[in-house]
Design a protein around this ligand. Structure first.
Ligand code: F6P
Length: 551
């Protein structure tokens, strides 16, 4: 990528106002319609980005130079683009029609996928109909899903976004955190006799998930007054009520899960892109098979758009290129995700993982040190809450924080006035972040409100807003399984495109390994081992912890 070229182009962008772009060459409305598009249940307005048509063309050229079209084909065709793990990246095939699955995966694997899907659908329909019951023959009232990272976020964000589609007789809970407090809080609300447990772990070696699974198993056995078996017999409550999703079937079985209740996962589906696989079981239990299929259908529609649309009319490509413009050309280090929908409150957390775990890297696919920066720091919160918190900094600090606003036109609640206010705030914030308020404007306002000249001089600098903050607004007509599927796929593809242009492997996550290794070493020092290679700081912290056990 020619960062040098992008940086020099951005020179002029840095010193102009975004608002002025609305008057460049054409009238305002032209820009608003030229810099917007709709597809697959979503509408994107990117006219508030700090970019003009010529610069945008340069970005398109950057995508072409990076052979993006070829790379997209490689991904969808199943080439092993995850080169450090020698894996294909084929989550997209899971939401594609059967004919495509057969073409891409081949007969045997496509049949395996179909069988897993059927197994999952049967579990869902049997739980819903009452054909699948607890060990004591009762209908399930709760599902407890245990998983972390990619085995958690996709389910979590979809559960809350699709809460209006939930089967109300079945409450679905998810736990990721290894904090026993989180577990305790959840277990207090659950009836062991009517709770179905799903352990989701691709590797089935993840410390947090396994520890939680062990604790939940002990809780269930002790509530049921059943001894933990010494041999490989599975107590009936575990046999009937426990399910697992994993590519490590042996480990799940060793843990004591009935082999018939283990749903497969595949190496070619990355954790953070795995919602579309059997990982979606808890979600499907919550919203039903039909709605789960609609979620996949929405994602597939976005896939089709991504594969076929020209780059300058391609929503994921456009969002990716604008992200690169903001990150590398304008050199803004962060990205705020502000969903103006309570049901999308988990989206910033989900995107932190998908984006930063995918592209937070600094060497190319071939291992060379990159001379440009990659993924931005992603953060966010549901609107309007952020307005009464960190958005102060977005309006008045010197840092410019590019933002994605996400909003649904139609609300779901009976409080229509609340929804109108919510949407108004979303539109107003993107405007305020772009327009800002100059010192002169503030002074005029203060004078008009009757302030003395002294007061005007004293207060005006405090009330000035920098403006010129670029944003996208992603508009959804209404949050439905289809539109949610399309939204998730939009970001998946955006992240993929950025990875291609930055030349990183977006599909590994070696960065999390050191923490895991050191976590184990710290644990053994807590248990009495010595490890002088740990810093005095960490040893001191461990000593504090050990002392607290005695007090
Ligand atoms: O955070 C690292 C990671 O490997 C993620 O990529 C993955 O989604 C998560 O841990 C959980 O892994 P597993 O599904 O194997 O338990």
């Amino acid at each position: 990528m020619d960062i040098q070229k992008l940086t020099s182009l951005a020179h002029c962008a840095k010193s102009r106002s975004i608002t002025s772009l609305f008057y460049e060459n054409h009238n305002q409305k032209d820009r608003a319609s030229k810099f917007s598009l709709s597809t697959a249940h979503l509408y994107l307005d990117y006219s508030k980005q700090n970019i003009n048509e010529a610069e945008f063309e340069q970005l398109i050229a950057t995508a072409q130079e990076a052979n993006l079209a070829e790379e997209i084909k490689k991904q969808f065709n199943g080439d092993r683009i995850n080169n450090t793990e020698n894996r294909s990246v084929l989550h997209t095939v899971l939401r594609a029609p059967k004919a495509i699955q057969h073409e891409v995966l081949g007969e045997a694997l496509a049949n395996e996928v179909a069988a897993a899907e059927q197994q999952m659908q049967k579990i869902v329909s049997d739980v819903q109909s009452g054909a699948l019951t607890s060990a004591t023959g009762k209908r399930f009232t709760d599902v407890l899903a245990l998983g972390i990272g990619g085995s958690y976020y996709g389910v979590k964000v979809s559960l809350s976004s699709l809460e209006h589609y939930r089967d109300l007789s079945l409450a679905v809970h998810v736990i990721a955190n290894v904090d026993g407090g989180a577990l305790e809080e959840k277990l207090k609300k659950l009836n062991y006799e009517t709770t179905l447990v799903v352990v989701i772990s691709k590797t089935f070696t993840t410390q947090e998930t396994l520890l939680n699974a062990k604790a939940v198993k002990q809780w269930m056995l002790s509530c049921a007054l059943v001894e933990e078996p010494k041999n490989s017999n599975i107590p009936s409550i575990i046999e009937k009520q426990w399910f697992a999703v994993s590519s490590n079937i042996d480990a799940a079985q060793d843990f004591g899960i009935n082999v018939n209740n283990i749903l497969p996962m595949w190496g070619w589906v990355g954790g953070r892109f795995s919602l579309w696989s059997t990982v979606g079981l808890p979600l499907a239990l919550a919203i039903g098979n039909d709605n789960f299929s609609k979620l996949k259908q929405g994602a597939y529609e976005m896939d089709m758009h991504f594969k076929s649309a020209d780059f300058n009319n391609n929503m994921p490509v456009i969002m990716a290129l604008l992200g690169i413009w903001n990150r590398n050309a304008l050199q803004y280090p962060t990205l705020a995700i502000l969903p103006y929908a309570h049901s999308l409150r988990a989206l910033p957390g989900y995107l932190q993982q998908t984006d930063m775990e995918s592209n937070g890297k600094s060497v190319s696919k071939s291992g060379d040190k990159l001379s440009w920066l990659t993924a931005p720091v992603v953060f966010g919160q549901e609107g309007t809450n952020g307005q009464h918190a960190f958005m102060q900094l977005m309006h008045q600090s010197d840092d410019i924080i590019p933002t994605d606003f996400i909003v649904a036109l139609k609300g779901r609640s009976q409080y229509t006035e609340n929804h109108k206010v919510l949407v108004a705030n979303c539109f107003a914030q993107s405007e305020a972040l772009m327009q800002g308020k100059t010192l002169a404007q503030v002074k005029t306002e203060l004078v008009d409100s009757g302030c003395s000249l002294n007061e005007v001089e004293r207060l005006a600098p405090h009330k000035t807003m920098k403006g010129n903050t670029p944003s996208n607004t992603v508009v959804i007509d209404q949050l439905t399984p289809e539109s949610m599927g399309a939204l998730l796929a939009l970001y998946e593809h955006k992240i993929f495109v950025q990875g291609v242009i930055w030349q990183v492997n977006s599909f590994d996550q070696w960065g999390v390994e050191l923490g895991k290794q050191l976590g184990n070493r710290v644990l053994s020092v807590m248990d009495g081992a010595e490890d002088e290679t740990l810093s005095a700081s960490t040893q001191g912290l461990i000593a504090l912890f050990k002392a607290s056990l005695k007090s």
